[in-house]
Design a protein around this ligand. Sequence first.
Ligand SMILES: Cc1cc2nc3c(=O)[nH]c(=O)nc-3n(C[C@H](O)[C@H](O)[C@H](O)COP(=O)(O)OP(=O)(O)OC[C@H]3O[C@@H](n4cnc5c(N)ncnc54)[C@H](O)[C@@H]3O)c2cc1C
Ligand code: SF4
Length: 345
Amino acid sequence: MRTEVSKFALIQASSVSDAVSKLTQYGVDNAVAVAGATDVISRNKNRITTMMQQYLIDISGLGLSYINGSSSSGFTIGATTPISTVANNSNISSGISVLSQAASAVATNQIQNMGTIAGDVLQEVWCPYVRNDFPCWRNGGNVCYGAIGDNRYYHSIFGGRLCYANHAGDLAPALTALGATATIQGSLGTRTVSMEDLIPGINVISGRVKENTVDYNEILTEFQIPAQPSGTVSAFYKARDRGTWDFALASAAVVLNMSGSTISKASVVLGGVDVKPHRATGAESYLSGQTLSESVIQNAAAQAVADATPLTTGIGNAYRVTIANGVVRKALRSLSSTPNASVYD
Ligand SMILES: Cc1cc2nc3c(=O)[nH]c(=O)nc-3n(C[C@H](O)[C@H](O)[C@H](O)COP(=O)(O)OP(=O)(O)OC[C@H]3O[C@@H](n4cnc5c(N)ncnc54)[C@H](O)[C@@H]3O)c2cc1C
Ligand code: SF4
């Protein structure tokens, strides 16, 4: 893996429209939007053939760093808001703690300070093959090494096509569980999409294999998080190999609307186990109408991974199905009024 940075020009955009027009002018092979640059510079240092754009269009100074609102009114969060600001915002930690817990679980303090909420959601995958410039689908080739090689850590346990690399951003499952939407500005205007439509899974856009629907010459400007019904509780739990910093082996974002002690609606979204934030629909429908008890928690976790299809070619990654089951249990237990302290599994 190469480590020195190759030459590039950093161009400050004067507005979102200016960024869109500069990206369009230089083209997908030559230009990329940059916010905190923690991923873009890593890609450059990794010398990934198709991701070493020469013009970095800087959108960090466009007034897109803000958090407004509350859990009863809903939040708007600007795209270039630092991850650490999300982690430390008291309205977020008291109202929608799933999001502050997810932000706190990202990498290191330094990366949380530089990295932005949209950058986390739109970051490239960390499959070691593409990060070492193998000529795979994502890097302009026509093979997936991850599907047939070392797929222990960075690849889907819920299938895929073309590219099997996990979506790595910790904030995406939390935003999905909260029912967030995102506004995107391009040369043809502005659109607002659900998280499911923002990251639907693998597609080919402007000739690039990718999981999100933001084209190279579009700018994500803002996330909107709807008001949460009173009594809503939420939690995020992430399992990782190293405590200092690491990507998720699996994570779970859980949002429960409560009517007294009964769950009226559940959102359960897994991270780090699929090419997109993975909505665990089986667990969601099972939890609706239930009261959280240890047996309900264990059944819900089993439902969350019942449709897993881990990779069996190459080294394989079936062990992460057990970890995904475990993170759902951990997240739900943290919301239980009578957590069973003797249960460690
Ligand atoms: C050592 C290391 C450890 C990490 N560990 C974790 C981890 O544990 N969990 C985790 O979730 N992440 C992790 N990351 C990823 C990190 O969170 C991202 O690099 C960071 O969030 C990206 O934000 P940024 O603002 O720096 O994005 P940039 O590097 O500026 O951009 C990243 C991508 O998003 C696009 N982009 C950014 N903002 C916009 C926008 N507003 N509109 C359109 N496109 C945009 C860029 O074009 C680029 O393709 C790690 C990264 C490193 C280097
Ligand atoms: S999983 Fe994706 S990034 Fe990794 S080798 Fe396959 S196509 Fe490339």
